[in-house]
Design a protein around this ligand. Structure first.
Ligand code: HEM
Length: 398
């Protein structure tokens, strides 16, 4: 029996129109094809919360070692050591625990004043103007400055690095993203890391250069230059684009829900839950791909070993089996667990930082601009295969 039968539901992750509003297709997948198979691109997909969550936890079956992006798994290229997103245990755990040692919640929370300062630097010059852009004027700036500050990347280099990272993930209309090993061989930070090794500071880069750990061969050693380079590039990449999109979604969703925005202006203690609900409602990274390591059964069908499984955490967040009235945005909702930061061993290492940035950004926007409307003629969708959101989110100040 064909997998999608009796439904004719079709999900194309590269279709810009679907990407603009994937929720109707994802709902049909959950209802009619809970195990979905796409013949054109040869992948399976799970869309219900009760399926996505356990698969994200079962790293032994659903593996990331060939990449966790659809086209990366297909490209079947050797990936550099240290990109924990694309690693399985035991190496993943060795690298992740080393990173977790320097990337502590305490350190993240201590960043709040700095994040406020970065928001103020972006927003203060706009006070008194009639329009501003949630992405260009805030989302594209503050997260880069924050991760740059944390890692110790000089501001003068941050923009070039962001452009370089974004370029690697741009998807042009009607194209699939193509990935090659060269995309990961950026030497953008190389010279700077050498300099930093000679001139230690109190940033994460210095900590990574000095950290000693037991590697997979049991040898206690420091990281090689190339490994530090990979870590720093990965953190700058993972910590940037997604948070940028969260800030864009914040502008859009609150413009569409002015009553809830008014409540937030009046009561800032609602902000943390509003950010959780925003993350649930519009997951900035809604699609995770895995390589299936053994035959598995889902909804009466066998998914053979070697298949690609797409886990739609963005769909799971809107699953009516899990969330009451899931397509309603509600800052008062008891969100519980959403899957926007993934789940299991790859759960987002930067979740605490992302939440903090989201909360501070919203608070600082509301301090200066309590009401706005979106300039829809000039809002541009972002097109990358892994991150969903907006390239621009221009607003009229009201
Ligand atoms: C992993 C989302 C911000 C660093 C992940 C994963 C998701 C995610 C879904 C899991 C991927 C998978 O299972 O394959 C997000 C979202 C963010 C955000 C929505 C912002 C709103 C950040 C920030 C950082 C960061 C600020 C740090 C600087 C990482 C890292 C991993 C990761 C290093 C890999 C963890 C591992 O594989 O063990 N993120 N992220 N992220 N994220 Fe985030």
């Amino acid at each position: 029996m064909p997998l999608t039968s009796p439904s004719d539901v079709y999900y194309d992750p590269y279709d810009a129109q679907i990407d603009a509003d994937p929720y109707p297709v994802w709902r049909r997948m959950r209802d009619e094809a809970p195990l979905y198979y796409n013949e054109k691109y040869d992948f399976y997909a799970l869309s219900r919360f009760e399926d996505v969550e356990p698969c994200l936890s079962d790293w032994n079956t659903y593996r990331s070692g060939r990449g966790s992006i659809l086209e990366l798994i297909k490209a079947n290229i050797e990936l550099p050591s240290g990109i924990i997103l694309f690693e399985d245990p035991p190496i993943h755990d060795i690298h992740r625990s080393l990173l977790a040692r320097v990337f502590t919640p305490r350190k993240m929370n201590a960043l709040e004043p700095k994040i406020r300062e970065f928001c103020a630097r972006s927003l203060d010059p706009l006070v008194g103007t009639e329009r501003f852009d949630f992405i260009r004027d805030l989302g594209a700036q503050m997260p880069m400055r924050t991760i740059g500050f944390l890692l110790g990347i000089p501001e003068s280099d941050q923009e070039a690095i962001r452009d370089r990272l974004d370029e690697g993930l741009q998807l042009r209309e009607g194209e699939e993203l193509s990935v090659s090993a060269e995309d990961f061989n950026s030497d953008e930070f190389g010279a700077y890391i050498d300099w930093r090794a000679e001139h230690p500071s109190d940033d994460l880069m210095t900590e990574l250069l000095n950290a000693e750990f037991e590697d997979e061969t049991g040898t206690v050693r420091k990281l090689h230059r190339e490994e530090v380079l990979t870590y720093v590039t990965m953190l700058a990449g993972a910590g940037n684009e997604t948070t940028t999109r969260l800030i864009g979604w914040t502008g859009k969703i609150l413009a569409e829900n002015p009553d809830q925005r008014r409540e937030l202006v009046a009561d800032r203690s609602l902000i943390p839950n509003a950010i959780e609900e925003l993350l649930r409602f519009e997951a900035p990274s809604p699609v995770q791909a895995r390589h299936v390591a053994r035959d598995v059964e889902h909804h009466g069908h066998t998914v053979p070993e070697g298949s690609i499984m797409v886990l739609l955490n963005g769909s799971a967040n809107r699953d009516e089996r899990r969330f009451a009235d899931p397509d309603r945005f509600d800052v008062h909702r008891d969100v519980g667990r959403h899957l926007s930061f993934g789940y299991g061993i790859h759960h987002c290492l930067g979740a605490a930082l992302a939440r903090l940035e989201g909360r501070v950004a919203l608070d600082e926007v509301l301090n200066r601009f309590p009401t706005w409307e979106i300039d829809w003629d000039n809002a541009v969708q972002a097109r990358t295969s892994t991150v969903r959101g907006w390239e621009t989110m221009p607003a009229f100040v009201r």
